[in-house]
Design a protein around this ligand. Structure first.
Ligand code: GLU
Length: 422
């Protein structure tokens, strides 16, 4: 957290967008509307808990932009969810969809809750009631939710069912990241981590750093972190440290990633602090971020690399698996120190790209093979990386600014071509 001022991720978004818009030569009027979310819905969700009591949860759905297509973005279940975070996450989705050029705007939702403390039936009731309460503003042509921190394919299945029940017919295209049996896409579960792996290989290649001998440190062992770890390890990098909420584990000789993933997924509640492996030492999440490594992948939450620790980061390259893990102040410090950072809106876009593939399949009632999905994902990730790399070199900016130059231009141009109604 910033020592001078309370961290607000939406301030981060506005600062980055304004900077890109000014480099692009836009006037304030050109981009003014892009600085604000189009729509913010707050709901109070009453749930009958298993013990018979009633608890009211707070939930949100924010649509930042629908200029380039329906709003698109995940639903987060986490105790720290708040409106500024959801607004920032929604805006990041707008620019993420724009940088990989898929026809969506951006949205995000969340419920303030700790899903690990809720039973399956409480989670199901919470999800269904929340879906019913946001149903007036979501839909396959309007706003399409997906998984995020604390939610998964099962939750998406309940959203799909609830929305379909309200409509009176099956609407698989209302949500992505569903179970395969309900119209989910092959490859979606691994897509964000696969995109992070592809981006890692792209940046190493661009910087002429050989994969062999490169090391990786990964913060977070949720969907994004664990699959990034698995695929980065498979690609030939030595993963020397990973962490979850309980702690980090470190072995300079390389961790046994397949065994760690198997251990974590064997039982709900298994944590790294109880994992026993040869040569493993236990470190804090803070220590993990400051390890000497070729690649650091923050794949947990926002505000992990900030002005407090940016001076101590020893990675050569940072690939942002999470949304917003680095603050604007930290960006400046890293840039001055020559640390290359591949921004979230590019590095973790694999998830929403395959969400798009899922939605395309749903609305056409067709189904693609996993091979085809992965191939198309790679084409999009490679092209987007190259475009960002090229513009950043051409304009002599960071890769984050480069990504925003492309994304802000697409969003602002679409908005201006449509014009302000009425
Ligand atoms: N929650 C993911 C993200 O932040 C995926 C969003 C989606 O698939 O719509 O990119």
């Amino acid at each position: 957290m910033s020592t001078t001022k309370k961290y607000n991720p939406y301030d981060n978004v506005q600062a980055v967008v304004k900077n890109a818009a000014s480099i692009l030569g836009y006037s304030h009027d050109d981009y003014e509307a892009v600085l604000f979310p189009e729509r913010e819905l707050k709901v109070s969700i009453p749930i009958r808990m298993d013990d018979g009591s009633v608890h009211v949860f707070e939930g949100y759905r924010v649509q930042h932009s629908t200029s380039r297509g329906p709003a698109k973005g995940g639903i987060r279940y986490h105790q720290n969810v708040n409106i500024d975070e959801v607004k920032a996450l929604a805006a990041w989705m707008t620019f993420k969809c724009a940088v990989v050029n898929i026809p969506y705007g951006g949205g995000k939702g969340g419920i303030v809750c700790d899903p690990s403390k809720l039973s399956d039936s409480e989670l199901r009731r919470l999800t269904r009631r929340f879906t019913a309460m946001i149903a007036p503003i979501i839909g396959p042509d309007q706003d399409i939710p997906a998984p995020d921190v604390g939610t998964n394919a099962n939750v998406m299945g309940w959203i799909m069912d609830t929305y379909s029940m309200l409509k009176g017919h099956c609407v698989p295209g209302v949500v992505t990241g569903k179970p395969l049996e309900l119209g989910g896409a092959l490859g979606r579960h691994e897509a964000t981590g696969r995109g992070v792996m592809l981006t890692t290989l792209n940046i190493l290649k661009a910087l002429d750093i050989p994969v062999k001998g490169s090391t990786a440190v990964i913060q977070g062992m949720g969907n994004v972190g664990s699959i990034s770890a698995k695929l980065i390890h498979k690609a030939g990098l030595k993963v020397i440290a990973v962490s979850d909420v309980s702690c980090g584990i470190y072995n300079p000789e390389g961790l046994n990633i397949p065994e760690i993933i198997e251990y974590l997924s064997a039982k709900k509640g298994n944590l790294l602090k109880d994992y026993k492996g040869d040569g493993v030492s236990y470190i804090s999440n803070e220590e993990l971020l400051e390890l000497k490594t070729t690649v650091l992948v923050p794949a947990a939450l926002e505000n992990q690399i900030n002005e407090k620790n940016a001076k101590k980061i020893q990675a050569k390259v940072i690939v942002e698996g999470a949304n917003g893990p680095t603050t604007v102040e930290a960006d400046e410090i890293l840039k001055k120190r020559g640390i290359i950072l591949v921004p979230d809106i590019l590095a973790n876009a694999g998830g929403v790209v395959v969400s798009y593939f899922e939605w395309v399949q749903n609305i056409q009632s067709v189904s693609w093979s996993e091979e085809y999905v992965n191939e198309r994902l790679k084409t999009i990730m490679d092209q987007a990386f190259q475009a960002v790399w090229d513009i950043a070199r051409e304009k002599d900016t960071s890769l984050r600014t480069g990504a925003y130059l492309i994304a802000v231009k697409r969003v602002v141009d679409a908005k201006n071509l449509r014009g302000i109604w009425p």
